[in-house]
Design a protein around this ligand. Structure first.
Ligand code: ATR
Length: 282
């Protein structure tokens, strides 16, 4: 069997997903290709999606800006993806397209791998999530399943944060803050997660808020991975926090996507380090 895999999104020319999935294919001893299938958002999405049908794909990833737009073209939607309202992985099987979302689970797996102790006494842990976009939604949804004491959301627009908080059917408490309030209260949290694109290359000098007063032993995480160490993470590191890099989420969401396509969960091993070298060289 030859696995035909790929990625749709825009712009994706420099995506690291082909490298990651080629490593997985090698490690799994499987034949296959993972292609970049860029779609210009100004072209007819429907026409471009129909073209994919002719490619005999076994599955593909979906990234910005199509994670929501793909949904009407799917035959089935996994329960998590339905709640999150976004799809990053499609499995093509028996002439059906089935949508999943592995972003949030990937984030939690990456965090667990780097900071297993953080989950041991989860019910005493307080989390601040900064941002309330598509990525935040998946993260929030999966973090809720871990039974943390509270997951507060700080965002520029209150209504977006409220919409995410409405996903909460658990005992975890959520307070909505604006960015200034989040910054003021920063020393109350054990984990702070930056989920917006602020600080991404080329705007790498931007930070969404100052994290100079973080609590001792806190973890500060950024989902931006270009640059590998964002200004947000550098500030937190200087303030004494442990930092959690964004490229790990990319690796683990890919690991779960690959499992959905091939039924094989490939260990990340030294891919984390290799990906760091690639990103540092950019
Ligand atoms: P995605 O869906 O890919 O995560 P998005 O919908 O653009 O991306 O959401 C990005 C998040 O980053 C949003 O919470 C956005 O805040 P708003 O809800 O107020 O729009 C936040 N964000 C992006 N740029 C920002 C900036 N310069 N300052 C503050 N927040 C920003």
């Amino acid at each position: 069997m030859h696995y035909q895999l790929g990625l749709i999104g825009y712009p994706i020319e420099h995506s690291l997903s082909p490298w990651i999935h080629e490593q997985f294919l090698k490690l799994a001893n499987l034949n296959g290709t993972y292609s970049i299938m860029e779609i210009d958002p100004h072209d007819s999405f429907e026409k471009e999606i129909n073209k994919l049908n002719d490619k005999q794909l076994n599955g593909f990833n979906v990234t910005v800006p199509f994670k929501k737009r793909i949904i009407p073209y799917l035959d089935e939607l996994d329960e998590n993806a339905l709640s999150i309202g976004a799809v990053n992985t499609v499995v093509c099987k028996n002439n059906k397209w089935i949508g999943y979302n592995t972003d949030g689970a990937g984030y939690v797996a990456a965090l667990k791998n780097n900071f297993p102790d953080f989950f041991r006494d989860g019910s005493s842990k307080r989390i601040l999530m900064i941002g309330a976009g598509g990525a935040s939604r998946g993260l929030y949804y999966h973090l809720l399943m871990q039974g943390f004491d509270c997951i507060d959301i700080a965002n520029r627009t209150e209504s977006s944060a409220k919409s995410i908080a409405s996903l909460n059917k658990t005992n975890t408490r959520t307070m909505i803050l604006d960015l200034e309030q989040g910054q003021e209260a920063i020393n109350r949290y054990d984990l702070i997660i930056q989920t917006t694109s602020v600080g991404m290359k080329p705007d790498k000098d931007n930070v969404i808020m100052t994290v100079k007063k973080v609590k001792e032993n806190s973890i500060v995480s950024d989902i931006v991975y270009q640059p590998l160490e964002t200004k947000f993470l550098s500030q937190a590191k200087s303030a004494g926090a442990s930092i959690h890099f964004g490229h790990t989420m990319l690796l683990y969401q890919a690991q779960y996507a690959f499992e959905l396509w091939t039924n094989q969960l490939i260990p990340i091993t030294d891919m984390d380090q290799q990906l760091q070298y690639i990103l540092e060289g950019r």
